[in-house]
Write a protein that binds this ligand. Structure first.
Ligand code: GDP
Length: 298
């Protein structure tokens, strides 16, 4: 992840080493190269434009620092602006005043929702919570089975329609699960929903109906970091169709160019809260914008 972008940026900064004061022409040339590197990493154009504007403005008006040479100063500015587009501070989950806290997961098929549901359940259980997993992806063959396997591994109960019960309505499963959670004294309900390979109206409506049935405290949009330029339209569709309160980046272990990761905060206006970095339940962590920015500039 980010290998090409990291290499490109470090090449750009190397050229500045040994320079005395940077002229406006130096700053412009550097900004142009950073712009290209970000575009090649599939970062969305409006995000790139805003980023470059800020870097240029700050580089031009930066106080001459005794501690930092010009190259270091630009690196510092880029680092801080990367943290800003990744969301600044990490945000924690919001818990309901009256349990259960309901966390709904939304995203395209294959984004990593079901895997994430298991990871989140395990992580919350380790913190002393009593989560319940709810299988509302009744579309994808074996999504329920997959969640049951993950729930088994995490030691967390999975609420799902009985096989052969004829219950095929995910909205009903979602609604009933909240009652079940109350009876079983679960303090967190994690609702896995169905995705499609592409955005479609029916899928969005189903997610919106589930949302209305469970009134989530958090609606987390799970997005595959490998998705590239499609990140923007996908994120916008979920933002407008379901309403999201946070983002989870999945498959950060892959060799994606990083565009989705760098665009999604700005596009959705919502914080990236968790990062998924593999297929195992442990491959999961709270998202730290500063750590990711440092990784890009490593
Ligand atoms: P869903 O359709 O959104 O529920 O997606 P799944 O959770 O079924 O994930 C789709 C595929 O991606 C599965 O093969 C997962 O094992 C895999 N997967 C999920 N998250 C990650 C991740 O963070 N890294 C990697 N490498 N694979 C992942």
């Amino acid at each position: 992840m980010f290998d090409t972008l990291s290499d490109r940026l470090s090449g750009i900064f190397t050229k500045l080493r040994g320079k005395g004061k940077l002229s406006d022409a130096d700053i412009d040339a550097t900004a142009r190269e950073i712009r290209l590197a970000l575009l090649e990493a599939d970062v969305a154009l409006p995000v790139v434009k805003a980023f470059i504007f800020k870097v240029k403005e700050r580089a031009r008006t930066a106080e001459v620092s005794k501690a930092l040479n010009p190259a270091q100063q630009i690196i510092k500015i880029v680092h801080e602006e990367l943290i800003a587009i990744l969301g600044g501070e990490a945000r924690r989950l919001e818990f309901a005043k009256t349990p259960p806290t309901v966390i709904m997961l939304a995203g395209l098929q294959g984004a990593g929702k079901t895997t994430l549901a298991g990871k989140l359940a395990k992580w919350l259980k380790e913190q002393g919570h009593q989560p319940l997993l709810v299988a509302c992806d009744l579309q994808r063959p074996n999504a329920v089975g997959q969640l049951q396997v993950l729930g088994g591994r995490a030691g967390v109960e999975v609420y799902a329609p009985e096989p052969g019960s004829g219950v095929g309505d995910p909205v009903r499963v979602a609604r009933d699960s909240i009652e079940h959670a109350r009876r079983q004294m679960r303090d967190i309900v994690i609702v896995d929903t169905a995705g499609r390979l592409g955005i479609d109206q029916e899928m969005m409506q189903q997610a919106a109906d589930i949302r209305d049935a469970v009134r989530p405290d958090e609606t987390l949009f799970v997005i595959d970091a490998m998705i590239g330029q499609d990140a923007v339209s996908t994120a916008e569709a979920f933002r407008d169709g379901v309403g999201i309160t946070g983002v989870v980046l999945s498959k950060l272990d892959g060799d994606a160019r990083g565009g989705a990761a760098l665009s999604v905060r700005e596009v959705t206006g919502q914080p990236i809260m968790f990062a998924s970095t593999g297929e195992k339940l442990e491959d999961f962590d709270v998202f730290h914008p500063d750590r990711m920015a440092s990784r890009i500039l490593d």
